[in-house]
Ligand binder design. Structure first.
Ligand SMILES: [Zn+2]
Length: 326
């Protein structure tokens, strides 16, 4: 799957995936959606909203998520939906629709509080409540978690121990980039085994990046998908195919990014640009991407990965031999 002869990928080439020419290649691009109300975004965390405004936004999540489900259904694509617990509590029918369409339901925390804002005890409870509720709604075990705003960072790696003890199959909360709000820049860019300070280990599925000039650009979704030409995202996926071990890329989007008619939040400056640039072309871009690729659910792809053969973070784990991870 990897082109090990090519070490430096310096020029974008025509894009196609999956990379194998076989007739039935396994999907190796994880397609994921973080399902949350529009006002939960980190850029709006300093604002307060009336119950009426919250209800106005909450009412928009179902229709736009069902639009995504339609697009996926037409193409027989299965994806992973990381869902906020409070939203699931208020709209369990949406969770059931996602699940009954064959998609994976995973946790995006209870109320979209970043891990940075929680104590370990609060995080353990937040995770437990969100997982329990989703399992009650779908009747199926939750396998994965993504922290709000990728908030597993250097000083919240204690969360890894809690995720590991929870018995989840994977986490997708570490963005291996340098960013003002999140990121562990020196973490591996393809799936890796991460160890917390207490020795707990879990498979980590980092969002796709593009390595240029010695830096990892965050191209795996969100605002970067709307702000940058799509070729950067495709270039990042292609790098994952060529150099990643395992050769897996993870993409992430939010339903609100495909809701062009949404009332705009009173955001200023860079936050406004990051949140709303490209919103009008979001649907068109997503549909074009779905037409080009071969995608899969995070849990399915995680089960194919041999954690004992992955790279690790930290580079040296507390014991040298990683035994029977899976
Ligand atoms: Zn989120």
């Amino acid at each position: 799957m990897n082109d090990s002869n090519q070490v430096v990928d310096s020029t974008p080439a025509p894009f196609s995936f999956p990379p194998d020419s076989g007739t039935t290649p396994e999907p190796c691009v994880i397609l994921s959606f973080d399902v949350e109300e529009h006002y939960r975004i980190e850029a709006a965390s300093h604002l307060s909203f009336s119950p009426e405004v919250k209800a106005q936004y909450a009412a928009r999540v179902g229709p736009v998520t069902r639009w995504i489900l339609e697009q996926l259904g037409e193409r027989d694509i299965k994806a992973t939906f990381f869902i906020v617990g409070e939203l699931a509590k208020n709209d369990p029918g949406l969770v059931r629709d996602i699940h009954s369409a064959g998609h994976e339901v995973a946790s995006h925390g209870w109320d979209h509080r970043r891990i940075l804002a929680m104590t370990p005890g609060e995080f353990r409870e937040d995770l437990r409540c969100s997982v329990d509720l989703l399992q009650q709604i779908t009747g199926e075990a939750v396998c994965g978690y993504r922290a709000p705003t990728f908030s597993v960072v250097q000083h919240t790696t204690w969360a890894i121990d809690i995720l590991a003890e929870s018995g989840l199959l994977y986490d997708s909360s570490i963005y291996p980039v340098c960013h003002d709000r999140y990121g562990i820049p020196d973490a591996p860019c393809s799936p890796f085994l991460v160890e917390g300070p207490g020795g707990g280990r879990i498979l980590e599925l980092p969002p796709a990046t593009l390595r240029i000039g010695g830096m990892n650009l965050p191209v795996g979704g969100g605002g970067y998908f709307r702000l940058l030409p799509t070729l950067f995202l495709k270039w990042g996926i292609r790098q994952s195919f060529r150099h990643g071990d395992p050769a897996v890329a993870t993409l992430y989007f939010h339903p609100w990014e495909f809701d062009p008619g949404q009332p705009r939040l009173p955001l200023q400056g860079l936050s406004h640009v990051r949140t709303y640039s490209g919103i009008r072309r979001g649907r068109r871009r997503l549909v074009a991407l779905l037409d080009e690729g071969h995608f899969g659910r995070a849990a399915d792809i995680a089960r194919r990965i041999d954690g004992a053969k992955c790279s690790t973070y930290p580079r040296t784990l507390s014991s040298e031999i990683v035994l029977n991870y899976q």
